[in-house]
Write a protein that binds this ligand. Structure first.
Ligand SMILES: [Zn+2]
Length: 347
């Protein structure tokens, strides 16, 4: 599944480059701008099992993306500016807003100096529970646990499952199968299973969160940079669509109050966890609007068009995916051509 999808994307990006579609199609395919989504930025590490590799790019590649944005004529703008860019008449120069999800510590260590050097504004979407060390990201917990376990048993939806996890192939198979089931099942199971496996593997969970995620003190230092916007990525990073309305409203509102109290400055932007159409929908868009967020971003892939001016709490983003760290891929994504092709394919 993952392999054919990877092959298809790679062929697609190459075809766009070979036909120079990123040049001749961009006048039709490129929107008013684009909101790019990043996660981790850290040096490449040789690992036989790295199921979250798509979430990370190297510092060199981030530097390359920023140079390509400049070469392609994009104005890099803060999220605060996006509504105004959509209201005004279409300017000849497209805009790009840069967003980083989850609040990984490597964003401060590796990404920040590069962004500073380029004078690029950017936004960090933090999960207040990660910063408070109340819980680490469950997908990292699961990765670490499977990396150190040779086999394990787990109860899923009341049924016992046994996984053998000797080599990398078995570990990948177990990770992807579990991830899929956890995302489809109840929220409490999605939280409990990775913690249970981490306990079986004798992992220190407090250390895992502290190593990977920025602390409040670090975020406060970052927030003093006028080029940095701190946004909310909810309180506990749940799949919002499967929560009741009361819980969703709390995740959206309370995370903001917590961040505002900690940092002493207003929070105006929200990124929905997971962010695809199975995770967020019209109810979440309305709640974010009701909570008076200026913008809220999904992970639905598209450029930003003038029509998004009245859908500011349902903005699409373009993911800079660690599996495609090539200029060909970035040029294709910035041209808008892949989204035109996907829309035509889906229609
Ligand atoms: Zn996230």
């Amino acid at each position: 599944m993952i392999d054919w999808k990877h092959a298809l994307f790679t062929i697609g990006f190459s075809a766009i480059a070979a036909t120079r579609a990123d040049r001749w199609l961009r006048w039709a395919a490129r929107g008013s701008g684009v909101i790019l989504m990043f996660h981790r930025v850290r040096p490449w590490r040789e690992q036989s099992f790295a199921p979250n590799r798509s979430l990370e790019i190297t510092p060199d590649f981030l530097d390359r993306v920023l140079t390509l944005l400049d070469e392609d004529g994009f104005d890099v703008v803060a999220l605060d500016e996006v509504p105004a860019r959509l209201e005004g008449r279409r300017t000849p120069r497209p805009f790009a807003a840069l967003t980083f999800d989850d609040g990984y510590r490597d964003n401060l260590t590796y990404a920040w100096p590069i962004l500073k050097r380029h004078g690029a504004p950017w936004a960090l979407f933090i999960v207040s529970d990660f910063a408070s060390r109340r819980s680490p990201p469950w997908w990292l917990e699961l990765e670490e646990a499977i990396a150190s376990l040779e086999s394990f048993e787990v109860i899923l939806d009341g049924e016992k499952h046994i996984f053998k996890t000797h080599g990398a192939d078995e570990k990948y198979a177990a990770y992807h199968s579990l991830c899929q089931r956890l995302k489809a099942g109840p929220e409490c199971q999605m939280r409990a299973v990775p913690s249970e496996l981490a306990a079986q593997a004798n992992l220190d969970l407090s250390q895992l969160g502290a190593e990977q995620c920025a602390s409040w003190d670090e975020i406060a230092v970052l927030a003093r940079d006028p080029n940095v916007t701190i946004g909310s990525h909810t309180q506990s990073h749940p799949i919002l669509r499967r929560q009741n309305t009361f819980a969703v409203a709390n995740e959206i509102k309370d995370s903001r109050s917590i961040i505002e109290e900690r940092l002493g400055r207003p929070v105006r932007h929200l990124a929905y966890p997971s962010g695809d159409s199975r995770s967020v929908g019209p109810r979440e868009f309305a709640l974010a609007r009701g909570a008076e967020y200026l913008t809220a971003v999904t992970t639905r892939p598209s450029h930003i068009w003038p029509r998004h001016a009245d859908r500011l709490t349902a903005l699409p983003r373009v993911s800079i995916n660690g599996n495609y760290q090539t200029e060909t891929a970035v040029r294709a994504l910035l041209s808008g051509a892949p989204f035109m092709a996907w829309t035509a394919f889906l229609a």
